[in-house]
Design a protein around this ligand. Structure first.
Ligand SMILES: NC(=O)c1ccc[n+]([C@@H]2O[C@H](COP(=O)([O-])OP(=O)(O)OC[C@H]3O[C@@H](n4cnc5c(N)ncnc54)[C@H](OP(=O)(O)O)[C@@H]3O)[C@@H](O)[C@H]2O)c1
Length: 289
């Protein structure tokens, strides 16, 4: 069925449950609010802190949906397995999984720590794969269900100064597209969301501001990205790029010569990268932190 621009909210699985990771702030919180507005019950996941509880309570009070919160460090060994066991033990109808939790850093690789790189891969990739594998059987039981994996426009090309984040998002994009093909003909759709900059945390806003007018032109607010993601999801789009200008960049980047992509990306992200505190030929500090 063709879903019209204005009526996508009525196609959300009202009364069923959605799992949203990274839901205490930023884009995950915006997803949670859009879903609650559409009458979808929630399992909200984030690191253990007070914000998550507050978000769950506020959404429950405002929209009369259930908003169960799960404080979980998804990078800890066994944590995703225990989380999914708890969610499944509730016996709810699951109709949506939004793998949104993700982290990255913007610096030269030599200035990154092993811990930063490990966390990026464990959260952006391994946790996404585990959540999807463990919840897929329950999603397949629904009449209609959807998995939305939050990648990034960084998934579309290698990025100097984001040397691990960009490949981690390429993994999410490729994983989503592969799984989508495998699940054709089932009740479960899979989409990848590839936003450009989003005005979320103080750090994200600071980086956007440091790119001046150009940054502002291509960046969106979290609620705009969440709406674009859910609109694309109910229309069963394979890849969702919010914003007309960003869709243009995504198309051009596919055909542009690599040297051009590297020099534009390098100039853009090199400007905001954490600067090396020493010359690259000086003895390196311990990379393990
Ligand atoms: N912001 C951008 O410009 C941008 C652009 C493109 C794509 N994205 C992607 O969009 C997604 C959301 O980004 P955002 O800017 O909204 O992020 P954010 O504001 O930093 O929020 C991250 C969320 O993930 C949670 N989280 C972090 N580490 C976790 C862990 N180990 N276990 C469980 N939860 C964890 C955080 O919980 P706490 O609040 O408890 O810390 C928080 O809820 C990410 O996948 C990101 O890569 C962002």
């Amino acid at each position: 069925m063709r879903v019209q621009y204005g009526n996508w909210r009525s196609h959300l699985p009202k009364g069923a449950h959605a799992v949203v990771t990274g839901a205490s702030q930023g884009l995950g919180r915006a997803f949670a609010e859009e879903l609650a507005r559409g009458g979808v019950n929630l399992h909200l996941v984030a690191l253990p802190d007070a914000d998550l509880e507050r978000v769950g309570q506020a959404l429950q009070a405002l929209y009369d949906v259930s908003g169960e919160t799960h404080a979980c460090d998804m990078t800890a060994e066994g944590a995703v397995e225990a989380l999914c066991e708890t969610i499944l033990s509730r016996g709810h109808d699951l109709a949506m999984l939004i793998n949104n939790a993700g982290v990255g850093y913007n610096s030269t690789f030599v200035d990154s720590t092993v811990r930063q790189n490990e966390t990026c891969i464990l959260l952006n990739n391994l946790a996404t794969v585990k959540m999807t594998r463990l919840l897929l059987p329950a999603l397949l039981e629904a009449d209609q269900a959807h998995i939305l994996n939050v990648a990034s426009m960084a998934a579309m090309f290698p990025m100097p100064y984001m040397p691990v984040y960009a490949p981690s998002k390429s993994f999410v994009l490729s994983f989503s597209q592969s799984l989508r093909q495998e699940l054709r003909g089932t009740s479960v759709g899979v989409s990848a969301l590839c936003p450009n900059g989003i005005r979320t945390s103080a750090d994200a806003r600071e980086k956007i501001a440091s790119h001046g007018k150009v940054g502002d032109l291509f960046c969106l607010d979290a609620d705009e990205v969440a709406q674009a993601g859910l609109r694309g999801l109910v229309r069963d789009r394979a890849v969702i790029v919010p914003g007309a200008l960003n869709r243009a960049i995504a198309s051009v980047s596919r055909i542009a010569p690599r040297w051009l992509v590297y020099s534009v990306v390098g100039a853009f992200w090199g400007k905001t990268a954490k600067k090396p505190t020493r010359s690259l030929t000086a003895p390196a500090p311990s990379p393990v932190q």
